[in-house]
Structure formats: structure tokens, C-alpha cells
Design a protein around this ligand. Structure first.
Ligand SMILES: Nc1ncnc2c1ncn2[C@@H]1O[C@H](COP(=O)(O)OP(=O)(O)OP(=O)(O)O)[C@@H](O)[C@H]1O
Ligand SMILES: [Mg+2]
Length: 247
């Protein structure tokens, strides 16, 4: 479904993603691991076209997106749940969701179906339709960020550290929702720093170090090969200088 080939992305003259190749099959859940500053968020931004300086190939369902604008990429069926949630705080839950549907085709009927789908997945959002997003709890904001991405009816959902800073019960609630999405056939590429969550959730994982793929492995094999996990953690620790507080 997604195939990156020798993808580079940079901010001005500073290269960040440096020749990444990876694949995500239809229906698969793939984790992207790596220490702070490895370029995980930049890689997702490159896929969704929100970073201008990129080269290489980004094949999504056999179309190369590397020259396409972000709105066209969303319209093709790729949606991003960004790091740090980034909901529109002064707007209501409902308006946030509506904004996620600007590229949705199919008119009012499609919009109604999407609202019902998102509210079915996250009943808490349904209860808080008219509440301002800025007054939601962190967990509810994350649900809203996921819901907003789902409003465009994506076939590939990119999630950037969706569990960061959330209490265990909310993590469980969101994991259950993602599990449902996965069972419904949605393809997921999920950035996650915690190895245990990635191992429990994904079928395969890529470890990104300094903008390059350092390791690609099925999560089943990764779990068996403790030395790989150790390697990953030692690499992560060695670049801990730029780390934010561990949660
Ligand atoms: N808008 C920007 N302008 C310039 N440099 C940036 C910008 N965003 C990120 N960078 C740099 O790109 C590098 C990779 O950042 P990125 O956010 O992609 O890493 P990450 O793997 O997502 O890290 P984290 O785990 O902390 O979220 C970092 O050195 C960062 O300083
Ligand atoms: Mg990041």
C-alpha cells in the first residue's frame, strides 16, 4: 500500500530523513521506533506533504506522491494524527471533526456517515460535541485528533506517538479503538517510542536512527531477540541529550 524508496527530507539545508526505504502492506500495522530527533515526525510529514523539501519516491497504491500537495494526499486516502494532538482549541469537538472532512467526497450523506462512525468509536466525543476542544482532557484531545483524521475516510492512517503523556486507562481506551480500526481493515503506521507497546501492537517495526533505517524486523522476532532490543535502547540512550522527559 505504501512504499518509500530512498526518501530524503530536510528543513532548509539540514538533512533529516536520509534515504529511507520502507513498505507497509494493506491491512498491516507497522511501528516506527527511534530515539528523539531521529526524524520520525519528519518522515510522517514527508509522506503527508507538509514538508516541502523532499525527494525520492513515496508510492501510495502505486501513485508517486512525492510531488503532490498535502491536500491532494489527504484526498487520496492518507491521514495524519500529528504529534502533540494539535486540535483547534477554540473550536468545538464537532467543528474540529468537520474540519477533518474538508477533503471528504460524497456530500452530506458521507459526512453523516463519518460523524456516526467517529462518535461510535469514541462515545466520549459524542457526549461532548459542543464542548470547546481546549477544555477536553489530554485523552479526549487525542481521541479528537484521531477522530478528525478519520473524518477524511483514510485507508492509511499515520499516528505520531498517540499514547504520549496519557494515563494507562486512557492508553487502553485508545488502543482498543485502534484495534477496532485495524480489524476493520485500516492500515496503520504508528510512531511509538515505547518498545513494549510497539511489540504488542504492530506486526513489523522499523527503527530509525539519525534519519536512516537501522533495523527492520517483525515484532515477533524483535521480541525474541533481546540483543536487538538492547541495541535499540542503547542507541536511544546515547542520543538522550536531546530527549524530552521520559513518560
Ligand atoms: N520545523 C523544523 N525546522 C528545522 N528543523 C526541524 C524542524 N522540525 C524538526 N527539525 C529537526 O529535525 C530533526 C528530527 O526531528 P523530528 O521531529 O522529525 O524527530 P522525531 O524522531 O520525531 O523526534 P521525537 O521523538 O522527539 O518526536 C531534529 O533535529 C529537529 O531539530
Ligand atoms: Mg516526533
Amino acid at each position: 500500500m505504501l512504499r518509500l524508496s530512498d526518501l530524503h527530507a530536510s528543513y532548509g539545508s539540514a538533512p533529516v530523513v536520509q534515504g529511507v526505504s520502507l513498505t507497509v502492506e494493506k491491512g498491516e500495522t507497522v511501528a516506527l521506533l527511534g530515539p528523539n530527533g531521529a526524524g520520525k515526525s519528519t518522515l510522517l510529514a514527508a509522506i503527508t506533504g507538509t514538508i516541502a523539501e523532499r525527494r525520492g519516491e513515496i508510492f501510495f497504491e502505486n501513485e508517486n506522491l512525492v510531488k503532490e500537495k498535502s491536500h491532494a494526499i489527504v484526498a487520496r486516502g492518507v491521514a495524519l494524527v500529528p504529534e502533540g494532538r494539535l486540535v483547534f482549541v477554540p473550536f468545538s469537538v464537532e467543528d474540529n471533526l468537520r474540519l477533518g472532512a474538508v477533503r471528504l467526497r460524497g456530500g452530506r450523506e458521507a459526512m453523516r456517515e463519518r460523524f456516526a462512525y467517529v462518535y461510535g468509536l469514541f462515545p466520549r466525543l459524542n457526549e461532548r460535541r459542543s464542548q470547546r476542544a481546549g477544555t477536553l482532557s489530554g485523552g479526549e484531545q487525542q481521541m479528537l485528533a484521531i477522530g478528525r483524521a478519520l473524518m477524511s475516510h483514510p485507508r492509511l492512517l499515520l499516528l505520531d506517538e498517540p499514547f504520549l503523556g496519557l494515563a494507562p486507562l486512557v492508553v487502553l481506551e485508545i488502543r482498543n479503538a485502534l484495534e477496532k480500526l485495524r480489524k476493520s481493515g485500516l492500515t496503520l503506521l504508528i510512531v511509538e517510542q515505547k518498545l513494549d507497546i510497539a511489540l504488542a501492537f504492530a506486526q513489523r517495526a522499523y527503527v530509525l536512527i539519525k534519519g536512516r533505517v537501522a533495523l527492520e524486523e517483525t515484532t515477533a522476532r524483535l521480541a525474541q531477540r533481546a540483543e536487538l532490543a538492547d541495541l535499540y535502547f542503547s542507541l536511544a540512550t546515547s542520543s538522550a541529550a536531546s530527549a524530552r522527559p521520559s513518560l
